[in-house]
Write a protein that binds this ligand. Structure first.
Ligand code: ITT
Length: 191
């Protein structure tokens, strides 16, 4: 089965490609001729996930899935959440996002947080939703060179390393995106 992954994030694409079995052929947005920026104007993670998948289906009639993800920090009432990509302002930068988060959490004892991914899948115009959550805490300083985004300051529960200190396969086995994608693959296999 051929599916387009509606993302412009090369890190997400690499993670999902590495998890894919032989039974799926992944196409990028460029490969289906989609070069415009896909709007993400909803105020929830599920809303943006749906908007991205819908854009591809409505304009290209290609079966696809889209991932919208965010980091929810309890002491910040769930921020940056749906605003994770642009938390530090425009133009977006992983470094600015991460530094602002550390500043806003300075002196805060409650460091609990979670990554949430919502994947929307469209098959022949039918929509399906899969969610994955990774619980953990925000460290006071970045550690590790792997991953992307907030990975250097996120330590998942049960581990003494950040996502950025894990190999990609290791992160994917326990991550929000890995869990959501696993559900999508199980769903497709059972269809
Ligand atoms: P697409 O919309 O093109 O898929 P994006 O980077 O804009 O890519 P999101 O809208 O889902 O993705 O933004 C989520 C942001 O949350 C992302 O830019 C990162 O800063 C952060 N993020 C998402 N997944 C992450 C992960 O696995 N590890 C660390 N940070 C992550």
């Amino acid at each position: 089965m051929t599916l387009c992954f509606a993302t412009n994030n090369a890190n997400k694409l690499a993670e999902i490609s590495a998890m894919l079995g032989d039974q799926f052929e992944l196409k990028t947005l460029q490969e289906i001729g989609c070069f415009e920026e896909i709007p993400e104007t909803q105020d929830t993670i599920p809303g943006n996930s749906r908007q991205k998948a819908e854009h591809v289906w409505d304009n290209y009639r290609v079966n696809c899935f889209a991932d919208d993800s965010g980091l929810e920090v309890d002491a910040l009432s769930g921020a940056p959440g749906v605003h994770s990509a642009y938390y530090g302002g425009y133009p977006r930068s992983y470094e600015k996002n991460l530094n602002l988060l550390l500043t806003n959490l300075a002196g805060e004892a409650d460091r609990t947080a979670r990554f949430r991914t919502v994947i929307t899948l469209v098959i022949d115009g039918e929509y399906f939703v899969f969610e994955g959550i990774a619980e953990g805490k925000i460290l006071t300083e970045p550690r590790g060179d792997g991953g992307f985004g907030y990975d250097p300051i996120f330590q998942p529960d049960g581990y003494d390393r950040t996502f950025a200190e894990m190999r990609m396969e290791e992160k994917s086995a326990i991550s929000h995106r890995g869990k959501a994608f696993e559900k999508l693959v199980t769903f497709l296999k059972n269809r």
